[in-house]
Every structure is written in structure tokens, then in C-alpha cells.
Design a protein around this ligand. Sequence first.
Ligand SMILES: C[S@@+](CC[C@H](N)C(=O)[O-])C[C@H]1O[C@@H](n2cnc3c(N)ncnc32)[C@H](O)[C@@H]1O
Length: 248
Amino acid sequence: MCTETHAHYDRLAPLYDQNWAYSSDFLEWMSGCILARLQVKPENRVLDVGCGTGLYARRLAERTGSVVCVDPSARMLEQLPDDPRLVAVQASAEDLVVGSPLLPVDRFEAILVKEAIHHVTDRGAVINGLARLLAPGGRLLVVMLPTRIDYPLFQKARERFTELQPDPEAIATAMADAGLAEELSYDEFPLAFPIERYLGMVRNRYMSLLSTFGDDEIAAGVEEIQRRYSGKRVEFKDRFAFVLGTAP
Ligand SMILES: C[S@@+](CC[C@H](N)C(=O)[O-])C[C@H]1O[C@@H](n2cnc3c(N)ncnc32)[C@H](O)[C@@H]1O
């Protein structure tokens, strides 16, 4: 993980659930989208790569015995609930696929990578390596934002997002190259926040993208959002790509 990303998540860790939990409705909706695609069964071995604070790992653990939770940020892993079903491993996705025995088991029926693939440097090699960790018939699900987002961010942030965000189609191609049967689908959830809450999230640099802007740029961006959204609430669709690969 690059130093900037590391610093971003170390700083954000204690605030992460507050920013990202949005609402129990959002978490329920997203968990449903993940579970419908991963089809986790009670006896399955499950791996969550880039698990962060375990927002989704803890829900996966309710369906199965235990979940191996991998993240390079010790601060994010510290926020995992104290639950023996969640097995923390401090590592990056890249570390997992170089062959060193970091994981407690060597095959998984389900692997989740939610909103972490954009941090991965060699995405083709990582998708290929994760595909090698799947048991026969196992599923790898990459959940990510599309390259264009409808968030009420300032213009420069939206443009930079489009420049930096990998294309879900490229992830699907990497899965096909790794021998998986790939399937790309999209789902969206309507979000609404009081404007002050959303501006607070932007000031906190709730997305890693916002860590690429300096203090003055964030302050100018907040003013731009205030000018554009003079109402009391911001409303937008949070649209996600779900790239699923199934092993033969
Ligand atoms: C936006 S958070 C997503 C956390 C969690 N999956 C969720 O949806 O709540 C991105 C996570 O990816 C982790 N991360 C950053 N670089 C990574 C890498 N190279 N491999 C795996 N995870 C990485 C960060 O530490 C952070 O916890």
C-alpha cells in the first residue's frame, strides 16, 4: 500500500464506520447484494481482502463459521469487532498472492474484495492470484465504484476520480484471463444526507480520493458544494459495480 493510502486509512480508522455506515438500510442493502452473489453457505471458508473495519466481514460471519479478514492497515484491523469468528491478517492483496503462507487455510469458497481493488497496484496479478485461492466452484466478488460517480463532490474531485478509478470491465477481463466465468452487474442505492453532514465527511476526506487534495483545495471544494447545493439535503444514487468470477 502506498504511504499516502496508508496514512489516509490510519487517520480515518476511528471515524470510518461513522462515515461509511450511512444507515443500517444501506448496510443491509449492500450486504444483501454481496450475499446474493457470493451465495455463502454455513460450511464455507470465506476471505475478505481489504476488509477495513469488517463492516461486511461481520455480516458474512453470521452466515458461515469464520471469515479471514485481510487488510494492510493495522489501525483499520484494530476496529474489527472482538469476535473469534473474525480472523485478522495484516497484509495487502499483493502480499497474499506472492505465495508466502500468510493465510490460515489455503482455499476459499468465497472471496470478497469490496472497495479495495483501486488501491491494488498490479491488478491482473492480484486477480489471478486470488483466483488460485478459490476452491472448485468458488466465487470471487469485487465490489467497486464505476468510473463515473454521481456524488455531490466538487468538480475537480469528480474529474480526478474518473482519471484514477479502474474500469470494472478491466477487472472482469482479468477474471476471464484467470480462468474464471465472469459476470458484471450494477446496483444502486439512493442516499440522502443533511448538507452539513456531507460537508463534514468531505472535510474529513472520507474518500481516499480526497486525500489527494490539499487543505486549501478541500476548503475551496466545500465552498463550491455549498454554492451548488443551497438546499438542506444532498441526494444522490450510490451506484456500484459487482464483478463476480466463478471457478470451474
Ligand atoms: C474503502 S476501504 C474498504 C473497507 C471495507 N472493504 C468496506 O467496504 O467497508 C479500503 C480498504 O482497503 C485497504 N487497502 C489499501 N490498500 C490495499 C491493498 N493493496 N490490498 C488490500 N487492501 C488494501 C485499506 O487499508 C482499507 O481498509
